[in-house]
Design a protein around this ligand. Structure first.
Ligand code: FAD
Ligand code: UDP
Length: 382
């Protein structure tokens, strides 16, 4: 294939850009993917023993309220109506997450009404001065749920997950989780939620099934393609610091290790995810995939996966940007480099060093296509 565009990475960002490009122009797009499969971190496979869909990189639940994203994604898959709930096991007891009235009452061994709970948490949160200039994860969490809940359910979990003191992490990481003074225990508040009925593999296969799209798996962009070509426009969704050969230093990422166990019993924990916020448990959570698809009947046994978090070494997959103060300084330097490039665009969670959910990766790919890539190709054709 003689491509008109090269997309590096076949996750949601790269695949969305490739499909929009293929649909809109009579031009070829080549996707380069270094892994042996497409789909990025949303990839899944069906376990042969149990026929249960296992999400290779941790449970991926689709949720969005963005109409453009819903329109795009439902072209390629039907979704079930799974609604995500999470329990956290702390000191051998289970607490509802995100924090709601039940969580507050259980932690305080009380029977507060919604109004009493709100008053209590607000007064606890006053420990953090209002309008504090430098909000970080720690003071943001204490101001939202009070120190007692912070210490029970957030502090150790966050330290395990990020291996960084919460006071050095950005407040936005915790702002994703709502605090509710009612019994609503939904993890997400979006209008559209669920899992692709035939799995993420089939969803990606449908996105990429277009005569103008070719995908090369097991191919690192920084191998032969990078050294040979400097003329074809590139959309790059790999790590931003890798692109510049780490000339301004390495950005810090967190990686996750998974320990999978196939069990003969029909149910292990009764739900898809249980979090373990205590410091004496090494893993952060246990996934049990069958609960994501209660509509599937032809499965047997169960598959669980313990998730462990740690800093990346140069050999590891970078998963989560840590985004500490030092990282943000390095990132600014790379952004300066990007501004000077022509015909290379950076996108996705690795390419922008941002914590993006799937719907955010798709939304930003759609607007990048409409606002930048498409106008640039239209100009070329003039
Ligand atoms: P990625 O999916 O990371 O894709 C980037 C691709 O680029 C990868 O396939 C990589 O192999 C490839 N690549 C990198 N460098 C090169 C190179 N040099 N050459 C060739 N290819 C390269 N989101 C949700 O909405 N809901 C969830 O429940 C959820 N749970 C998550 C749980 C975990 C444990 C993790 C890690 C993420 C979760 N996410 C979730 C986020 C979701 O994975 C991301 O939003 C999504 O993967 C972003 O897509 P992307 O295309 O930006 O990046
Ligand atoms: N968090 C926590 N305790 C929990 C769950 C989440 O302290 O039991 C915090 C933690 O800092 C985490 C953030 O809330 O990084 C966002 O949680 P989310 O579940 O959205 O993270 P993800 O699923 O992306 O790992």
């Amino acid at each position: 294939m003689d491509p008109d565009l090269i997309v590096v990475g076949s996750g949601f960002y790269g695949s969305t850009v490739a499909r929009r490009f293929a649909d809109a122009f009579n031009k070829k797009v080549l996707i380069i993917e270094k892994r042996p499969h497409f789909g990025g971190n949303a990839y899944s496979h069906f376990n042969k023993v149990t026929n249960i869909e296992v999400h290779n990189y941790g449970t991926h639940i689709f949720h969005t309220s963005n109409i453009k994203v819903i329109d795009f994604i439902t072209r390629f898959a039907a979704f079930n109506d799974y609604r995500h709930t999470v329990l956290a096991k702390h000191d051998n007891e289970f607490y509802s997450l995100p924090v709601n009235l039940a969580t507050i009452n259980k932690i305080y061994r009380a029977n507060f009404t919604s109004e009493q709970a709100r008053d209590l948490i607000e007064s606890e949160g006053r420990e953090v001065p209002k309008n504090l200039a430098n909000l970080n994860l720690e003071n943001k969490a204490i101001s939202s749920v009070g120190r007692k809940i912070y210490e029970a359910l957030i502090k150790n979990y966050t330290e395990k997950q990020w291996q960084t003191p919460p006071s050095l992490l950005p407040a936005e990481t915790i702002s994703r989780l709502p605090v509710r003074f009612n019994e609503d225990n939904s993890y997400f508040s979006d209008t559209f939620q669920g899992l692709p009925i035939h799995g993420y593999g089939a969803l990606f296969q449908n996105i990429l099934a277009h005569p103008n799209i070719e995908i090369q798996l097991n191919t690192d962009f920084f191998g032969t393609i990078w050294s040979k070509q400097r003329t074809i426009p590139i959309v790059y969704t790999g790590p931003i610091d890798r692109y510049f050969n780490y000339k301004h230093g390495r950005l810090n990422w967190r990686t996750v290790d998974f320990e999978v166990e196939v069990l003969p019993q029909s149910d292990f924990q009764g739900m898809a995810i249980v979090n373990y916020p205590d410091a004496d448990v090494a893993f952060t959570r246990i996934h049990e995939f069958k609960h994501l698809h209660p509509e599937r009947e032809n499965v047997s046994g169960t598959v669980i996966m313990r998730e462990y978090s740690r800093f990346t070494t140069p050999e590891d997959e970078p998963y989560y940007p840590i985004n500490s103060i030092d990282d943000r300084e390095i990132l600014l330097k790379y952004r300066g480099e990007i501004a000077a490039l022509r015909n290379v665009w950076f996108g996705g969670r690795l390419g922008t060093y941002q914590y993006l959910d799937m719907h955010m990766a798709i939304a930003s790919a759609l607007s990048f296509f409409d606002n930048d890539l498409s106008p640039s190709f239209k100009l070329r054709d003039l």
